[in-house]
Design a protein around this ligand. Structure first.
Ligand SMILES: [Fe+2]
Ligand SMILES: [Fe+2]
Length: 343
C-alpha cells in the first residue's frame, strides 16, 4: 500500500494539481487514483507540500520533471545494497568415476579468426576432454581474436569476421557444456576489447556462457572444488585468471604469476594471456595448527595457447618467443589432499 513517505513534496504537489477541480483541492482523488487509502497523514503531507500553492501545483525548486524520478532515499538504499555486496567462489562438485584425481584442463588463448590458429589441435583437446573420464575444462579467455581498429593488430589479419569467430567458439564449446565438463568461462583482453573500444558494456564471452548455460567468471574467478573419491572427499580452492602483463622473458612471466598467487591465495593458480605453457611450484614455510613448522607448496601454471607463431603475425613482428601449443592441467585428488600441475 502506498504511503505519503513514498512521495516527495514536488510529487505530491503534482498529484494534487492533476486532480484539482474548482471545488476540490484534489488530495483525496489523488490518493484514490494512486491506489492509496485516505488518512490524516495524507492530508497533512498534501497540506505541507501544497502550502502556498494556488492553482499551479508543480512549482518552485521542488517541482518535478518526471513523476518516476527516484527519490534520493531510494537511490541511497539501492547504492548501499550495491556497495555492501559480498563475492563468492564458484563451487564445483565432482564425483570421481575411475581415476584417483580429477583432471581440470585449463585452456585458453585459442584466438579463433586468423590463419595461424592451431584449430585442429584445439578441436583435438575438446574431443579428448569429453572422451576422458574424470576430466573437465575451465576456459581462460581469448577465445576469439576479435581484432579492432584500435587494437595492436589489424582486423585485416582475421580470416573469420567477428560473428563467425563467436559462432565457431559456441560450436566448439557446446559439446563440452552438453557433456557437463565445462565448468567456467573467463573472458580475455580480446573479448573485453569491445568494451574498451566502445565504452559499451558488451562481452561476447558472457553471451557464450549464457547461451551454453555455463558459469561466467569475468576476467578472473576463485573456485572451490569438492572431489569425492572412492575413500573420501577432498576440497580445494583454485584461482583462475585470464592473465596479465607484457613481460616476455621467462622470469618476468613467472614473477607475474607468483605475484598474482601471493595476493589471491588458493591451493593452485592458473593464468594465461602470455601464450606460454609451463608449471612452477612456489613454496613457503608456516606454522601448522599443532605448532610444527612445515613447508607448503602451490602449483602455478601458465595455461598455454592455440595460436601458432608464424610469419606475418603480430607475434613474429614483435619477435616474441614461439608459443608452445597446448593447455595445462591441474590434478585434484579425491583420496588425499594433493594438487599437481601438468603441462
Ligand atoms: Fe591471448
Ligand atoms: Fe590475452
Amino acid at each position: 500500500m502506498v504511503s505519503p513517505k513514498d512521495f516527495t513534496p514536488g510529487q505530491l504537489r503534482k498529484l494534487a494539481a492533476e486532480h484539482r477541480t474548482d471545488s476540490d483541492l484534489g488530495y483525496r482523488p489523488a490518493v484514490t487514483a494512486i491506489g492509496g487509502r485516505w488518512s490524516g497523514s495524507w492530508g497533512r503531507a498534501f497540506q505541507e507540500a501544497c502550502a502556498g500553492v494556488s492553482s499551479f501545483g508543480n512549482v518552485g525548486a521542488n517541482s518535478v520533471r518526471f513523476d518516476n524520478a527516484r527519490p534520493v532515499g531510494e537511490i541511497h538504499e539501492d547504492y548501499l545494497a550495491t556497495t555492501t555486496r559480498k563475492e563468492y567462489a564458484l563451487d564445483i562438485d565432482i564425483i570421481l568415476q575411475q581415476a584417483d584425481y580429477y583432471n581440470c584442463v585449463c585452456a585458453g588463448d585459442v584466438h579463433l579468426g586468423p590463419p595461424e590458429c592451431a584449430y585442429d589441435e584445439w578441436l583435438e583437446l575438446c574431443r579428448w576432454t569429453i572422451d576422458s573420464p574424470d576430466t573437465g575444462m575451465i576456459f581462460h579467455g581469448d577465445g576469439g581474436n576479435i581484432s579492432t581498429t584500435g587494437g595492436p593488430s589489424s582486423p585485416a589479419v582475421d580470416r573469420l569476421p567477428y560473428n563467425e569467430q563467436i559462432d565457431l567458439l559456441l560450436y566448439n564449446l557446446a559439446p563440452l557444456a552438453d557433456a557437463d565438463c565445462l565448468h567456467l568461462l573467463l573472458s580475455g583482453n580480446h573479448e573485453t576489447r569491445i568494451r574498451r573500444a566502445t565504452g559499451v558494456d558488451e562481452c561476447p564471452m558472457r553471451r557464450v556462457a549464457h547461451e551454453l548455460g555455463v558459469p561466467y567468471g569475468g576476467y578472473e574467478q576463485f573456485v572451490r572444488w569438492r572431489i569425492a573419491g572412492a575413500s573420501g572427499t577432498e576440497t580445494y580452492t583454485g584461482y583462475h585468471h585470464h592473465g596479465r602483463g607484457t613481460a616476455r622473458t621467462p622470469g618476468g612471466i613467472l614473477n607475474n604469476l607468483v605475484r598474482m598467487a601471493e595476493i589471491n591465495r588458493a591451493d593452485y593458480l592458473a593464468a594465461g594471456h602470455t601464450h606460454h605453457l609451463f608449471a612452477h611450484l612456489i613454496t613457503w614455510r608456516e606454522v601448522a595448527s599443532d605448532g610444527e613448522i612445515i613447508v607448503r607448496k602451490e602449483p602455478v601454471v601458465n595455461t598455454g595457447s592455440y595460436q601458432r607463431t608464424q610469419g606475418e603475425t603480430y607475434s613474429t613482428e614483435k619477435a616474441y618467443a614461439p608459443a608452445l601449443i597446448g593447455a595445462a592441467s591441474i590434478h585434484l585428488y579425491g583420496s588425499k589432499h594433493s594438487v599437481h600441475a601438468r603441462t
